[in-house]
Design a protein around this ligand. Structure first.
Ligand code: HPA
Length: 245
């Protein structure tokens, strides 16, 4: 079974044939919402909406540990996470679908590890490649099979939010090598690694990052800006194809 984490604009998966929902509690507190179980492309999937069903949780309010722990308990083989991002690199235009291959973490103050407390061992997981190459390859192949254009590779910068960045901050992220910017990719990816879960992220550019592009594409977190929405439908087709293969 594969887990799918839905981000902004994707609180529900239209390609998911729901069989049941389950409320799960964890030693780290409650996940963002109940887990939804069902079938995509004939395969078993467990889905969770990162921000809760009504998009009620801001990025810094998400209990990433509870989400990842709850998914791990379902005997999953991996996690595909979906997230909306701002585009920094000029070709990361609104509507682009990007499969990042590395990340930079600028978050602070989030519960970001399972390995803390006197009863826990000191563990330093390898994070050389934060995103699972096999899952990435599967997503890339699925996109090709659906003739959906994606940007293969890119560096995802995770900021703390909930506010958007200043132009100078985006300039700094660009100097650091970042191509796209979001608020929820970390510590999610690292926590998945700590629990030995293959994890990949598929992101959709919702807007140009601050000081980039034109002013038409300001961030719209209200739900469905039409460009975001149409790319999210493509993302769903990629997921369906991934699970059929
Ligand atoms: N910055 C940070 N996170 C985001 C953005 C952005 O411009 N767009 C969507 N998520």
């Amino acid at each position: 079974m594969l887990a799918i984490i839905g981000g902004s604009g994707l609180a529900q998966l239209s390609v998911l044939e729901v069989t049941h929902r389950q409320v799960v509690r964890t030693p780290y507190g409650d996940p963002s919402c109940a887990l939804t179980f069902g079938l995509v492309g004939g395969r078993n999937v467990v889905f969770i909406a990162r921000h809760g069903y009504g998009h009620s949780l801001a990025p810094h309010e998400i209990n990433f540990r509870a989400n990842i722990w709850a998914l791990k308990q379902q005997n999953i083989k991996g996690v595909v996470a979906i997230g909306a991002v701002g585009g920094i690199r000029p070709d990361m235009r609104p509507g682009a679908i990007v499969l990042p291959d590395d990340l930079l973490d600028y978050t602070s103050g989030r519960e970001h590890t399972f390995f803390e407390g006197l009863d826990k061992p000191v563990v330093h997981v390898d994070f050389t490649h934060p995103y699972c190459p096999d899952l990435r390859a599967g997503l890339k192949k699925a996109a090709q099979a659906e003739a959906i254009e994606i940007v293969d590779g890119g560096i995802y910068a995770c900021t703390q939010g909930p506010r958007l960045e200043s132009t100078a901050e985006i300039n700094r992220l660009e100097r650091d090598g970042a191509d796209i910017v979001g608020m929820t990719g970390m510590p999610e990816a690292a926590l998945a690694r700590e629990l030995d879960l293959p994890y990949a992220m598929l992101t959709v550019v919702a807007n140009y990052a601050a000081g980039r592009g034109d002013s038409e594409h300001k961030v719209d977190f209200s739900g469905a800006s039409s460009v975001l929405d149409s790319s999210l439908r493509s993302v769903e087709r990629i997921l369906q194809r991934l699970l059929q293969s």
